[in-house]
Design a protein around this ligand. Structure first.
Ligand code: PMV
Length: 349
């Protein structure tokens, strides 16, 4: 049998309404729904090639040039098993298909940006892996159906299956089948959204998001208030701000949600610190940019790390970037990325 191969890229998404907390750790089921903007994969992307061959004797995985022990990565194993199961069902229904489900896989994945530094590397990585294997297996799944598989690798990965503005609906079923990503709006709806990525530190974060979330879920009282009384309303308001193309409202909600996410981290026991002094200086700089403009033209947000993403509209690029240029401690740039269109979300070979 020949070697079968498929390559896919997947973009990074940066949440504007944060996912923080799991109600089921094994299935990656969240305690709240979340929203993100997908960034252009011209700038930040994961590229994954999946090969299947009868010459391979075991499944193997390389991440950024380093061989990983796949058997020690239960989430990766789960995702691969689910994809294999879907292929096996196709082969059962159509016996003329080549028997790929029984072949071992070799998977090679690369990010073109720092891994595990709070820049959504696992989101892009798992989305690219799911896309590559789904292409290899020629699965008929829609992006929403694939998002259910990607979610089991890394929760936020489900949102990288779409370009544009994306919601991850937490769902209510115990098996997670309705915990999935859906499009809020394609980027064409509000195409002038841009993101400046400030790399404050490329170091690996010291508390992984999975570990951090569980500490928060079990110890923070503020967290209970957040998931009960804040996020459900914010989820609806943010979707409306996107549909209405209301940047000040979108920005206010984005900044408030980043701040509350980092507040519940601080409210955890032991406390979790993801922001550093440069991050806080970035917040003050964005406040100053908005004050100088006399209206909200920029919104900061931080994931589980000190790096900052600033959303703004293209027409305000000069004011935002020149305001950011006085910030010290950022390596090399703001790297500017357009939000991604849905059309080019996957490349394939
Ligand atoms: O998907 P994970 O396990 O990498 O968690 C992501 C958590 C945040 O990036 C902080 C928030 C989010 O919604 O992306």
């Amino acid at each position: 049998m020949p070697t079968f191969s498929a390559t896919s890229t997947a973009p990074v998404n940066i949440a504007t309404l944060k996912y923080w907390g799991k109600r089921d750790v094994k299935l990656n089921l969240p305690t709240n729904s979340s929203i993100s903007v997908t960034l252009s994969q011209d700038d930040l992307r994961a590229t994954t090639t999946a090969r299947a061959s009868d010459r391979y004797t075991q499944d193997k995985l390389w991440l950024n040039g380093t061989r990983e022990e796949i058997e020690k990565k239960p989430r990766t194993l789960t995702v691969i098993n689910e994809l294999r199961k879907a292929r096996a069902e196709m082969e059962k229904a159509d016996p003329s298909l080549p028997g790929l489900a029984s072949l071992k896989l070799q998977i090679v994945s690369e990010n073109n940006f720092p891994t595990a530094a709070g820049l959504a590397s696992s989101a892009a990585g798992f989305a690219a892996l799911v896309n590559a294997v789904a292409l290899l297996y020629k699965l008929p799944h829609s992006p929403t159906e694939l998002s259910v598989l990607a979610r089991q690798g890394s929760g936020s990965a489900c949102r990288s299956l779409f370009g544009g503005y994306v919601a991850w609906e937490m769902g209510s079923k115990d098996d997670g089948s309705d915990s999935q990503a859906v499009e809020v709006a394609p980027i064409g709806h509000w195409p002038s959204m841009k993101a400046a990525v400030l790399v404050v530190s490329a170091a690996k974060k010291d508390v992984s998001s999975t570990a951090g979330m569980q500490v928060t879920v079990h110890t923070s009282t503020l967290f209970k208030e957040r998931i009960t009384n804040v996020v459900p309303q914010r989820f609806e308001k943010m979707k409306k701000a996107i549909i209405d193309r209301d940047f000040p409202e979108f920005a206010r909600l984005t900044m408030a949600d980043s701040n509350q996410f980092h507040a519940v981290c601080l409210d955890s026991e032991p406390p979790i610190f993801y922001l550093n002094d440069v991050s806080r200086a970035a917040i003050r700089t964005v406040e100053a940019i908005n004050a100088a403009a006399g209206k909200i033209i920029a919104a900061y947000t931080f994931d589980a790390g000190p790096n900052c993403v600033i959303y703004y509209l293209e027409e305000n690029e000069q004011a935002v970037l020149s305001g950011l240029s006085c910030l010290n401690g950022v390596s090399g740039f703001p790297q500017v990325s357009a939000a991604a269109s849905g059309d080019d979300r996957w490349s394939q070979q």
